[in-house]
Ligand binder design. Structure first.
Ligand code: TA6
Length: 283
C-alpha cells in the first residue's frame, strides 16, 4: 500500500507499507527517508534539524548526489553534490506485490537545470521496498553531446552510538583521506573516533555493523567503484545548522559512489545503470 501526503513545504511524501517493510520517500530529491524491514528498526538516519525544501538538501536518508559528487570541479558557485537532490522529481511508475513495492521517479533536464549544467538528460531512480531495499539509478543522455558524471547514493545509516559502529569489507583497500589530505590504505575494520571523510576505491560490497544494536546492514553495489565513509564528528557537527551538535553519535554515512577519476562517460543516446541493495540482519 502506498499513501501520498503533502509535506508542509509543499512536496509529496510517499509512505510505503507491505508485508516485508515500511518506507518513506520524499519526491523532493527522490530521497528515501526511512526504511524499516518488518520487525526491525529504521535503518536510516535523518537529522532532527533538517531542512525540507527551500533549495536545501534533506539531511539524511539517501540523498542522490548527481551529476557531480562533492564540490563542482571548476565552479564553486554551483551546489555541492549536484542539483537533483534539491529538485522535485516526477512519479513515473508504481508496481506492487504483497511483499514488495517498486516506485520509479524521474528527473529530466529543463531550462532551470541547463543553467547549472548544459546537458540534456533523463535520470530515473527505482526504489524497491521489500525484505531488502534496492535503489537503481539510471542516467540517460538525451542530448546531442557526450557528458561525464560522478555520483553517489549518500546513505545515512542510523547507529545507536558511533563508538560501537564499524564498516566491514574495506580492510586492505586504498583510500583518499579528505580530512588528512593524503592517500592511505585501510589496515583493519573501519571504526570512528574522530572526523572521517574517506573515498575508498573499492567496488566490493561492505557492511555497516552496529554492535550496540546487534545489527549488520550489508550494502551490495553495482556500477559504484567507490565507497565513501563519512562522519562529521564534533566540530563539523556544530558547524552544520541542519544537524544537531550531538547527532554525529547517531549516524554514519557509507555511500555507494563513483567519484574523482571514476567519472563515467555517457554518450548521446546511451544510458548507464547503477545499483545498491541494503539488507539487514541481527548479529
Ligand atoms: O560524503 C562526504 C561529504 O562529501 C562530506 O565531505 C560532507 O560534505 C558530506 O558529504 C555532506 O555534504 P552536504 O553537501 O550534504 O552537506
Amino acid at each position: 500500500m502506498i499513501n501520498f501526503a503533502k509535506h508542509p513545504s509543499g512536496f509529496t511524501v510517499l509512505t510505503i507499507t507491505n508485508a516485508s517493510a515500511t518506507a518513506t520517500i520524499s519526491m523532493y530529491g527522490a530521497q528515501v527517508l526511512s526504511y524499516s524491514p518488518l520487525g526491525r528498526d529504521n535503518l536510516l538516519f535523518v537529522s532532527s534539524k533538517s531542512n525540507y525544501g527551500e533549495g536545501k538538501a534533506i539531511r539524511g536518508g539517501i540523498p542522490v548526489c548527481w551529476p557531480w559528487f562533492g564540490p563542482h570541479r571548476t565552479d564553486a558557485r554551483l551546489p555541492q553534490h549536484g542539483f537533483v537532490r534539491t529538485r522535485i522529481w516526477d512519479l513515473e511508475k508504481i508496481e506492487e506485490t504483497p511483499d514488495e513495492s517498486r516506485v520509479t521517479m524521474l528527473c529530466r533536464s529543463s531550462k532551470e537545470t541547463r543553467l547549472l549544467w548544459q546537458h540534456d538528460f533523463a535520470l530515473s531512480l527505482t526504489v524497491s521496498v521489500g525484505k531488502a531495499l534496492t535503489l537503481e539509478l539510471t542516467t540517460a543522455n538525451t542530448g546531442e553531446e557526450a557528458f561525464t558524471i560522478t555520483d553517489a547514493l549518500h546513505t545515512y545509516f542510523s547507529v545507536k552510538d558511533i563508538g560501537s559502529a564499524q564498516v566491514l569489507g574495506l580492510d586492505g583497500v586504498s583510500y583518499a583521506d579528505r580530512v588528512e589530505k593524503r592517500e592511505e590504505t585501510q589496515r583493519e575494520i573501519v571504526t570512528v573516533s574522530g572526523e572521517v571523510d574517506r573515498v575508498y576505491r573499492s567496488p566490493s560490497d561492505c557492511a555497516v555493523v552496529d554492535k550496540a544494536l546487534g545489527s549488520k546492514v550489508t550494502m551490495k553495489k553495482n556500477g559504484f567503484p567507490d565507497t565513501v565513509v563519512w562522519n562529521p564528528w564534533i566540530d563539523r557537527a556544530k558547524a552544520m545548522a541542519d544537524f544537531d551538535d550531538g547527532e554525529y553519535k547517531k549516524m554514519i554515512c557509507a555511500e555507494a559512489a563513483a567519484v574523482g577519476k571514476n567519472e563515467m562517460l555517457v554518450i548521446p543516446g546511451a544510458s548507464i545503470t547503477q545499483g545498491m541493495t541494503l539488507s539487514s540482519e541481527k548479529i
